[in-house]
Structure formats: structure tokens, C-alpha cells
Design a protein around this ligand. Structure first.
Ligand code: UD1
Length: 372
């Protein structure tokens, strides 16, 4: 079976790494190649992850880069179509919910190629999120829908997806976390930065709803500043957020000296360094999707600066609380976490480090989808 695996943006890499590893165990039955769309192209957003995760270099780099949603999606489709025509795969595997995910799913399906979506069925019900549109468009087309939790299974069934397309396999992102946890624990970054165990907060922020509006972004930065009066706040800044902070003249909120103090803005970190920091953090403030899942497994309080989540299992079973973007609500949750008043979490079912193996077994068992 010939498979094209697709990655495009930062959160895709840690999802694809274990799938490639699992496919490598079947060299006689699966031939696979890796396509990188180039949606993320900065070394710190892309190359660093290949190195940390020991991923092979992409066989094909589409080099599409940034642009409006339509421009970026269209460029990916035009370039990916050429790859599909050249390689004639039996199956295309896409992960997550970024523009690359949707663009490649549509392109392959229109050529009559089977498509598998890893992390299917997640729904925020928020159509203002570009990712929600990507998720809906991708899932409706796919032949294999690999899900991470019971909510995703229910969402797909409620949308009328035939049950024989839904495969509850667990969470590939957690496969990667479990594989690298020991290594991350042994790093000495927190010692070098003078950060005490449980004595600092980590932050990530990049959603358009949080960073593209000046007053929302300022409200969040005010909250971070107040938290930094109690403990260092380590903030690896996404390029999009960096641009907005500068454009809105909010740079004075961010310290960038050589030691953590105040809201300490650093360049985006690699996978291992960031996992290392999160392992020992008092709490994590984020608007990321994946971090809600990782903190649930690490047992670290996660304060999510959003009004909704496509990953409700992290709130129901894990350590995640949704607080939105208002200064007072962020601070209320942060003070609770500082007092140790945090949700008691458990690890959701099948988040056990074996999801990628289940995916590959399933593909081997069911074979090339009958398309169209
Ligand atoms: C994308 C995903 C989002 C994911 C996030 C993780 C979509 C719609 N969004 O958002 O779901 O959570 O990645 O990071 O697919 N830029 C750089 N260097 C890069 C990449 C981007 O400087 O390597 C800057 C560019 O100015 C670009 C902007 O960041 O215009 C936004 O990049 P883009 O890929 O459009 O979306 P993200 O905000 O990164």
C-alpha cells in the first residue's frame, strides 16, 4: 500500500511522528512518503521539531508559506495535486485541523484517492474558528476517521457518519509525549533559567480571536503581568502574536532579558524544551488545542483562554478549565491554581502511547478504501 503522509504546521509534527514510526515497522506492506506543505517554515516552528522528534526529512516540500486563508489553501491544493498525480498513492493521511489538513484532504478526494483523518470528530461548534471549518470539511470527505475520545465518536455519529468509518484509536500526540517524557525530564533548561519546580507559569497564545484584537490582547497581557508579580511567566511567543504585539504597541508588557522576570518573552521553543518546562510548571495558560491534552496527561493545571473547546474530555476528565479572555476571569483561575485548588484529573481512555500502532493496524486490516 502506498501512503502519502501530510504535515504542514507546528501541531502536525508531533502527531505524525509516531505514525511514521509505526509505518516503518511494516516495510514490506506499507510504502510511505512525507509531504510538508510549508505552511510553517520558520526553523523554530518547523525544522526544530523534525530534529527533536527524530522525524525523517520530508520527501517533498511544497514551500507554500503564509498568506490569506484562501491564498494559502489554494496554493497547497495546486501543489499537492501535482504530488498526488505523480505518486498515485492508495491513501493520504492528514492530521489535526490546520489549513494544510483540509487542503490536502479535498485535493486527494477529488482525485479519487482515499483519505484518513487522524484526530477526527473534534468540534468546538464555533464557526468563527478557521480550524472548525477545516475539521468539518475534512471529516465529511474522509474514508478513515481516527478519533481520540468518546466525544469525537459521538459528534461523528450525530453528523451521520457511518460507524464503519469511525475508529476510536486514542491520541497520537500522547504517543509522542510518552515517548519523550523521560528525555524532557532530564533536560536542564529550567535550572539554567533559574526556574523552581512548580514556581513558574508557561504561556502560549496565538489564536486570532485572542491576538488580532488590540483590547483583547491587552487584557490578556495585563493578566499575565499581574501573575508575574507572583512567579515568572515564561512566554514563548508565536510569530503571529509577536507581530500583533508590535503592531499594537504593546511591547512594554514583555520582558526579554537574559533571565526570567516579569512576563518573559522568548522565541518559540522546540518540542523537548517546551515539554520540559510544562512538566514542572505550576500552571499553563494557553489557547492551543494540543496543550489542553498534554497538560491533562501531565496532571498540570491548564487555564484555557477560550470560551469553548473541541476537546471537552480535557475539562470533564482532565485538568483543563475554560476561562475566556477577560482579565478578571483569567486572574481568578490563576489565583485558584496558585493556591493549589485545581481539578483532579485522570488520563482519558486510550491515551496510552499506542494510538499510532492502532492506526497502522487498522489501515493494514482494512486496506485501500473503495473510492470514490
Ligand atoms: C496555524 C493553524 C492553527 C494552529 C497554529 C499552530 C490554520 C488555520 N491555523 O495558525 O490551527 O494552532 O498554526 O501554530 O491552519 N508565520 C511565521 N512563520 C511561520 C509560520 C507563520 O512568521 O513559520 C507568521 C506569518 O506571518 C503568518 C502568521 O504567522 O501569516 C500566521 O501563520 P498561519 O500558518 O497562517 O497560521 P497560525 O496562526 O500559525
Amino acid at each position: 500500500m502506498k501512503v502519502v503522509n501530510v504535515v504542514g504546521a507546528r501541531p502536525n509534527f508531533m502527531k505524525m511522528a509516531p505514525i511514521i514510526e509505526a509505518m516503518n515497522r511494516h516495510p514490506h506492506t506499507i510504502e510511505h512518503l512525507l509531504v510538508h506543505t510549508g505552511q510553517h517554515y520558520d526553523d523554530r516552528m518547523s525544522q526544530a521539531f523534525f530534529e527533536d522528534l527524530g522525524m525523517p526529512r520530508p520527501d517533498v516540500d511544497l514551500g507554500v508559506g503564509s498568506g490569506s486563508h484562501a491564498e494559502q489553501t489554494a496554493r497547497i491544493m495546486v501543489e499537492f495535486e501535482k504530488v498526488c498525480l505523480r505518486e498515485q498513492p492508495d491513501l493520504v493521511v492528514v492530521v489535526g485541523d490546520v489549513n494544510s489538513t483540509m487542503a490536502c484532504a479535498i485535493t486527494a478526494k477529488k482525485l479519487g484517492i482515499g483519505v484518513a483523518h487522524v484526530e477526527a470528530g473534534l468540534r468546538s461548534r464555533d464557526m468563527a474558528m478557521p480550524e472548525e471549518i477545516n475539521r468539518l470539511c475534512t471529516d465529511v470527505l474522509c474514508d478513515y476517521l481516527f478519533t481520540t475520545d468518546r466525544f469525537a465518536n459521538e459528534n461523528l455519529k450525530a453528523e451521520g457518519v457511518p460507524e464503519d468509518k469511525i475508529f476510536f484509536v486514542g491520541n497520537v500526540m500522547i504517543d509522542t509525549l510518552m515517548k519523550h517524557r523521560r528525555l524532557a525530564e532530564r533536560l536542564d533548561l529550567s535550572r539554567r533559567w533559574g526556574l523552581d519546580r512548580q514556581g513558574y507559569t508557561t504561556v502560549t497564545l496565538h489564536r486570532p480571536s485572542n491576538v488580532d484584537d488590540r483590547s483583547t490582547l491587552e487584557g490578556i497581557l495585563i493578566a499575565l503581568k499581574e501573575i508575574s508579580a507572583h512567579m515568572p511567566v515564561v512566554f514563548p511567543v508565536h510569530p503571529r502574536t509577536r507581530q500583533r504585539v508590535e503592531a499594537f504597541g504593546l511591547g512594554h508588557f514583555l520582558g526579554n532579558g537574559s533571565r526570567p522576570s516579569g512576563v518573559w518573552a522568548v522565541e518559540p521553543l522546540g518540542y523537548l524544551d517546551f515539554l520540559h518546562l510544562n512538566l514542572n510548571a505550576r500552571m499553563v495558560l494557553t489557547d492551543s488545542g494540543g496543550l489542553q491534552e498534554e497538560t491533562t496527561v501531565l496532571g498540570v493545571p491548564c487555564i484555557t483562554l477560550r470560551d469553548n473547546t473541541e476537546r471537552p474530555v480535557t475539562c470533564v476528565e482532565g485538568t483543563n478549565v475554560l476561562v475566556g479572555s477577560r482579565t478578571d476571569r483569567i486572574l481568578e483561575a490563576a489565583h485558584r491554581a496558585m493556591r493549589g485548588d485545581i481539578p483532579e484529573g485522570r488520563v482519558p481512555r486510550l491515551w496510552d502511547g499506542m494510538a499510532a500502532q492502532r492506526i497502522v493496524q487498522c489501515i493494514l486490516q482494512h486496506g485501500k478504501p473503495a473510492c470514490p
